[in-house]
Design a binder for this molecule. Structure first.
Ligand code: ADP
Ligand code: MG
Length: 332
């Protein structure tokens, strides 16, 4: 057995009857891994923890990123209600709402993982959530074109009030009323990257970059929270690159990526090179805001170094996916 000192858990076992590479894997969890309400999340994390522990039990080094759409919307609405009811409570910045969602989701996930690990006899595998800030570029063009709707629907009057009182930008959303829209800039740097590296190198199970990370811009020594939401798929690709991961797995609501999705000639894809993926992106096969960022994040990671692969599949198919039995694999 041969150990690699930089990566205590990522060694290949040779000399026996088999060659087996333990991988460092960044897993990005989609909305279906967490549910939409407090009780739903409490239940969903149990299933999620089982799927993650299967990979940990197989010897893989797992780093977890998760989305936060429903949760950050819920927290944002609750904090807005607080300021409506109590005039002494100013509006809560979106960056603070993201921080709250990271801690809340991290708490449920790390608890469920701890329990599942113990059930499997892995009592000495600590789980930790890192409240993570992610630097964005204040000149990112996304700030000029806020496009991501968040929070509750408002009447026109409520929207006008929110624009005046809180500086929100609101847009009419498909005839259903007005919603706040925020920018979705690209992640530039994970501020807590060094701390995350140390924890992963020391074989702790790390949950980080939740909801894409708390968006911040650098102002001298100060990190200022930005009114934005970073796509968790892009944040996980950056994290995987910085961690020198072997694999990025994006777990979502479909087992595979399709071309002609939802049409008669729909075709599910098992294997894609970065070039093939780019061709399908250019042909418009992947919906903006859902499958497109996943495919782009997968391409970004797969083309960042030799041997790096990305996979998109269902939560309950993660283990089969790693073994090459299902999912869509994207490679260089
Ligand atoms: P998550 O919460 O995991 O980020 P999203 O809803 O944002 O999930 O994205 C996954 C969804 O993307 C799938 O459930 C599917 O409905 C949709 N989708 C759009 N285009 C495609 C495609 N070409 N192939 C597969 N799924 C697609
Ligand atoms: Mg999504």
């Amino acid at each position: 057995m041969e150990h690699c000192s930089a990566r205590p858990f990522s060694f290949s076992q040779s000399g026996g009857f088999y060659m087996y590479k333990r991988k460092r894997i960044v897993i990005a969890l989609g909305g279906n891994a967490l549910g939409n309400t407090l009780p739903e999340q409490m239940m969903a994390v149990k299933t999620t923890a089982k799927a993650l522990c299967d990979l940990i039990e197989d010897g893989h080094q797992v780093v977890v990123v998760h989305g936060n759409g429903p949760q950050v919307g819920m927290i944002n609405n609750a904090m807005a209600a607080l300021s409506r009811e109590d005039a002494s409570q100013p509006n809560t910045p979106l960056s603070v709402c993201v921080a709250m969602s990271q801690a809340y989701i991290g708490y449920d996930l790390q608890n469920a993982l701890r329990e599942e690990l113990r059930k499997r006899g892995l009592v000495r595998t600590p789980v930790v959530t890192v409240v993570t800030q992610v630097r964005v570029d204040p000149d990112d063009p996304a700030f000029q074109n806020p496009s991501k709707p968040i929070g509750h629907f408002m009447s026109r009057e409520e929207a006008e009030h929110a624009e005046k009182a809180y500086g929100y930008i609101t847009k009419e959303d498909a005839g259903r009323g007005y919603r706040r829209v925020v920018a979705s800039p690209k992640p530039v740097e994970i501020v807590e990257q060094d701390a995350i590296n140390s924890l992963v190198d020391a074989n702790k199970i790390v949950i980080c970059c939740g909801g894409g990370g708390i968006p911040v811009t650098l102002q001298g020594d100060h990190l200022k929270g930005a009114s934005a939401v970073i796509d968790k798929d892009f944040a996980s690709s950056l994290l995987a690159k910085e961690l020198g991961a072997d694999m990025l797995i994006i777990l979502t609501a479909v087992e595979k990526v399709a071309i002609n999705f939802g049409k008669e000639n729909e075709e599910w894809l098992s294997d894609l090179t970065v070039e093939e993926a780019q061709k399908y992106v250019d042909e418009g096969h992947f919906a903006a805001g859902s499958m497109l960022p996943k495919v782009q994040a997968a391409m970004d990671f797969a083309s960042s170094g030799s041997g790096r692969t990305a996979m998109i599949t269902l939560l309950e198919k993660a283990r089969d996916g790693i073994q090459g039995k299902t999912g869509t694999l994207i490679h260089s």
